[in-house]
Design a protein around this ligand. Structure first.
Ligand code: BGC
Length: 356
């Protein structure tokens, strides 16, 4: 009952916006694209993690523009789910034919899918899974495998140092992100039977590096010197944990995991502050989302490579990156060049690691 009422209220606002949008509509949109372009909504969740503005947005835009006359209606929610709801309503009012939605909050975003469905707009769940059975397609990576790779690479690295036991601290992602749950489950499936002991564990609100840093600072009062590894779910939270440990002169320095192959993360892997990260080809993810979006916008039915909860899906393969395979992964794929990575602060470490 409550949900229906909320839905109707939101739709009424949507209709007013639609009229306003039509009234203000002239022969071309604000970015100069032609009036007959097919509008496609792209809604990304946050901007502190660098991938969204630096990779997902431009790669999706160029991929769909290569397929025809499309106009991307873009918004970033800055980790605020009610802002994302408004952005979705604006995109619907602007006349998008399909929504590509990376949700801030998996549960809250279900109401966006309902509103879109009421307007006959298909929704692609992008990277993060939305808690709705009305999604038309899901494009992501094998996220449980991400967690397994992070944890297995950590355990293998510790064993290579001759360690078979010791303490670990675990910094997971946002509790509203379904991916964070998958990363965590994948990591636990390896760590729980690894011989290492999880001393404490934290779900980081908003995936915020600042929250990860504060939590790590609070744990150091108790555990400084007693842990050999830090499982951090992505490079942002790894960066927060590392800043806290540097400030407290942590010794011995633990092996630290990450994800995303952010430039700062890759540079920390080169310098040894961070042990590993995960490379996910955002180009493949954005390109797949663009081709599915183009097909759905023209009313075609799209079949998946697999299904997740009954939804046609594509799950791409993540790769673990340590200092030993930076050249064969992020550099070989053109994600970062050697000159991006090996700035003056990292030149000596690059040379030592054979990154040239
Ligand atoms: C994405 C990660 C990202 C994190 C924080 C996850 O859903 O899969 O690549 O680091 O969100 O934005």
């Amino acid at each position: 009952m409550k949900r229906t009422f909320k839905g109707i209220g939101a739709l009424a606002v949507g209709s007013i916006l639609a009229v306003a949008a039509l009234a203000g509509c002239s022969s071309s949109s604000s970015d100069g694209s032609s009036a007959d372009a097919i509008k496609v909504g792209l809604l990304l969740p946050e901007s502190k993690t660098t991938r969204y503005e630096a990779f997902d947005k431009p790669l999706f835009t160029s991929a769909i523009e290569a397929l025809g006359n499309y106009d991307v209606v873009y918004s970033n929610a800055d980790q605020d789910s009610s802002k994302q709801q408004q952005q979705a309503e604006s995109a619907i009012a602007a006349g998008v034919k399909v929504l590509v939605l990376d949700p801030v909050d998996a549960d809250a975003a279900a109401s966006i899918v309902e509103e879109a469905a009421a307007a006959n707009i298909p929704v692609i769940s992008y990277d993060r899974l939305i808690a709705s059975d009305q999604i038309s397609y899901y494009v992501s990576f094998d996220n449980e495998q991400v967690g397994k790779l992070q944890a297995q690479t950590l355990v293998d690295g510790l064993k290579a140092e001759g360690k078979t036991s010791g303490g670990l601290l675990m910094i997971n992602g946002s509790p509203t992100d379904s991916n964070a749950t998958s990363f965590k489950e994948g990591a636990h499936s390896v760590l729980d039977d690894s011989g290492f002991t999880i001393l404490a564990e934290y779900d980081t609100p908003d995936w915020s590096a600042d929250n990860a840093q504060s939590w790590m600072t609070s744990q150091l009062a108790q555990y400084n010197g007693q842990f050999v590894g830090v499982y951090a779910a992505n490079d942002g939270t790894a960066g927060g944990a590392i800043a806290a440990m540097q400030a407290a002169n942590v010794s011995p320095w633990p092996l630290v995991t990450g994800q995303d192959s952010e430039l700062a993360g890759i540079q920390r892997v080169v310098s040894g502050e961070q042990y590993m990260t995960i490379y996910k080809s955002i180009k493949d993810e954005a390109t797949k989302a663009a081709s599915v979006a183009a097909a759905l916008a023209s009313g075609e039915t799209v079949t998946g490579d697999t299904t997740v909860d009954g939804i046609p899906s594509t799950l791409l393969t993540p790769v673990a990156v340590t200092v030993d395979n930076i050249m064969d992964t992020v550099v070989a794929d053109g994600f970062w060049s050697v000159s991006d990575i090996c700035t003056s602060d990292y030149a000596a470490a690059c040379t030592a690691a054979g990154i040239k």
